[in-house]
Design a protein. Structure first.
Length: 267
């Protein structure tokens, strides 16, 4: 078992409906099926993406909007094949479902801070262990215990990813390009795609295996356009400003999915 206790860093073992370490720190599996490793002041429901954001993303994924990205991920040269995978910021578990079906994967974990995300992910991804945890804290995994760590549109704690990856293990990152949904930006003032945060690019100890752009026009209905806005971080500002951004949306739009996929090997 790769999981470790966030208090004492000892191995966690499943005991009934909880996970426990040798020092008897105990973490319950929620009735919805996810394991919460939040403790003390980290607890509280209002963190990570909101329920409305999670449900909007779920509708977008069910409509297949990100199908070109799914295909690109499936075509990545993962050798040797990984046996375990962790998705950081897994949301409601759409990509985790695909990753868990990668040939050779026996164990899969999804981790997210949002209570609404982990509830949905635990229901949809019963073959995976879904964790509620903060990925900006030390990851609850033993050193060199995982073969593949993935971050898709989510934070990337590089030092921790390096620590938990086995030698030769892979890190897979997906982030948006400047042109991502640019046609939609002509209608609704979405935040620009920011430059990398300082320190986010310290890839010491990783070797780039492959990097590719996935750029494809997607036909989108008004409802899906609204969901793309609703699931974006800009929704917080748009809601605060109180304007009727939905009325700005066209009936249909061909908009460009533009993301970069980068695969690294540890060592
Ligand atoms: C843009 S969403 C991406 C979700 C999923 N990877 C996808 O692409 O469908 C980012 C996710 O990261 C989660 N997240 C943000 N900050 C986090 C943190 N500090 N710890 C854990 N999860 C976090 C959010 O709750 C959200 O589900």
């Amino acid at each position: 078992m790769a999981l470790i206790c966030p208090h004492c860093r000892g191995a966690l073992q499943p005991v009934g409906t909880a996970y426990r370490c040798a020092l008897d720190h105990s973490f319950d599996v929620a009735k919805e099926g996810y394991l919460s490793l939040l403790h003390g002041r980290q607890k509280g429901d209002g963190r990570g993406d909101s329920k409305a954001m999670i449900l909007a993303r779920d509708r977008v994924h069910r409509a297949g909007v990100f199908a070109p990205l799914v295909a690109a991920l499936a075509a990545l040269p993962l050798t040797p094949p990984p046996h375990s995978v962790l998705e950081l910021g897994c949301g409601e578990g759409f990509f985790l479902g695909h990753l868990a079906r990668t040939p050779g994967i026996a164990t899969s974990y999804g981790l997210d801070l949002s209570v609404d995300a982990v509830k949905l992910a635990a229901k949809a991804r019963q073959a995976s262990l879904i964790l509620r945890a903060d990925l900006l804290q030390p990851l609850p995994f033993a050193d060199a215990s995982l073969d593949l760590v993935v971050s898709i549109f989510a934070p990337r704690p590089l030092a921790e990813i390096r620590r938990v990856l086995a030698p030769g293990g892979h890190a897979l990152f997906v982030h948006p390009h400047a042109g991502h949904w640019q046609e939609l930006r002509a209608f609704v003032p979405l935040a620009g795609i920011g430059a990398e945060k300082p320190g986010a690019t310290d890839l010491t100890g990783f070797t780039l295996v492959t990097e590719r752009n996935v750029t494809e026009k997607r036909p989108l209905t008004r409802a899906l356009l609204a969901d793309l806005v609703e699931m974006s971080p800009s929704i917080h500002r748009l809601t605060r400003e109180g304007g009727d951004w939905r009325s700005l949306l066209p009936e249909t739009l061909e908009a460009t999915l533009a993301v970069r996929v980068a695969l690294y090997r540890k060592g």
